[in-house]
Design a binder for this molecule. Structure first.
Ligand code: NAP
Length: 318
């Protein structure tokens, strides 16, 4: 069996097309959604992430602003900036690109963002809303995983779902979203006793551990749906050999670049799973997509407009 590919790029394009129409209509009626991004210092990876988020805003017609405090910024100065953005009526979403420099109290800054503008879904208020199944803004990566499952027509209700990883930004919210969608959810972490045995029972596997190719193909129940959140850069040739031993093309590509991006699930899983997200091109594109979607949602909620009828609006509610 070869798994059906859950194509994040295709689903991103679908959602972008839906958002574009919605944003144009909102803009025409005087409520253009707006996103403010805060990029501290000159970390090249952060610069790249913020650039692509701003580019997505421009593509969709969302207003965007970039604030670039220096790496020496203090917690007090950051609080002032967030306060200004909280008070700016044109700003619907505030994105604080992480990591912040060590002298800045990251938790305090994230908690100072107005929950109504918290498009990353990191504020405790939005996490609390998610726990109780009330509408709010949900962290982008897990929300994107739900879109992949729903738009990929993976049955969730009644399914046994296993989430590998319990971080605040991926594993925990993912587990809650699956539970609200009526899956029976098991959450695994580094102290889980029998990971292979637990994974083998799963109809849906969400892997978010940050361990290249850790989930072996023979842990996967034939036909299961696999959402691979892991994004790991492999540079060790022996590791590449282990991962791509049955994929000469990928091994060839690795040798040409001395590097490859792989998920937490071994690439051989494609021969066992029923459906699977590729890495790259699966969950990755969905994270920015859901940031855009959250910005539009925040704009609607803040301005008292009715909720959109797009499928992803059901992500938060039970
Ligand atoms: P994280 O905060 O480091 O959390 C990793 C989780 O995995 C922890 O809960 C940890 O358990 C668990 N874990 C680690 N090793 C394990 C093992 N051997 N067996 C079972 N569980 C294990 O990572 P994260 O921020 O959630 O990110 C996870 C991965 O997703 C990373 O590769 C990251 O790059 C990727 N990611 C991708 C996107 C995207 O847009 N595609 C977005 C976010 C994250 P403990 O809690 O016990 O330590």
């Amino acid at each position: 069996m070869t798994a059906r590919i859950l194509d994040g790029l295709k689903i991103r394009d679908q959602i972008f097309a839906e958002l574009k129409g919605e944003i144009a209509a909102m803009t025409a009626s005087g409520t253009r959604p707006g996103l403010a991004a805060v990029l501290v210092g000159d970390n090249p990876a952060s610069q790249l992430y913020v650039k692509s988020k701003i580019a997505a805003c421009e593509q969709l017609g969302i207003a965007s602003w970039m604030h670039t405090p220096p790496a020496t910024v203090s917690t007090r100065e950051m609080l002032q900036l967030v306060d200004d953005l909280n008070g700016d009526p044109a700003v619907d979403g505030i994105l604080i690109q992480l990591p912040l420099p060590p002298q800045v109290d990251t938790k305090l800054i994230l908690e100072s963002v107005d929950p109504a503008k918290d498009v990353d879904g990191f504020h405790p208020m939005n996490l609390g809303r998610l726990v109780s199944g009330r509408p709010g803004l949900v962290a982008c990566t897990p929300a994107g995983c739900m879109e992949l499952l729903k738009r990929g027509n993976i049955p969730i209700e009644g399914a046994d779902a296993v989430v590998l990883g319990r971080s605040d930004i991926v594993g925990k919210p993912m587990s809650l979203l699956l539970m609200h969608a009526n899956a029976t959810v098991t959450i695994c972490h580094s102290k889980t006793r029998d990971l292979p045995g637990t994974v083998r029972r799963a109809d849906i596997i969400v892997a978010a551990m940050g361990k290249a190719g850790y989930v072996a193909a023979d842990w996967i129940k034939p036909g299961a749906a696999v959402i691979d959140v892991g994004t790991n850069r492999v540079t060790d040739p022996a590791e590449a050999e282990r991962l791509f031993r049955n994929m000469p093309e990928r091994l060839e590509k690795f040798r040409a670049k001395n590097s490859a991006l792989v998920g937490d699930v071994h690439p051989d899983a494609i021969n066992v799973a029923g459906a699977l997200t590729p890495v790259p091109g699966g969950v990755g594109p969905m994270t920015i997509t859901m940031l855009m979607s959250n910005t539009v949602k925040a704009a609607r909620l803040r301005r008292g407009l009715s909720a959109t009828k797009r499928p992803q609006s059901s992500v938060t509610a039970r």
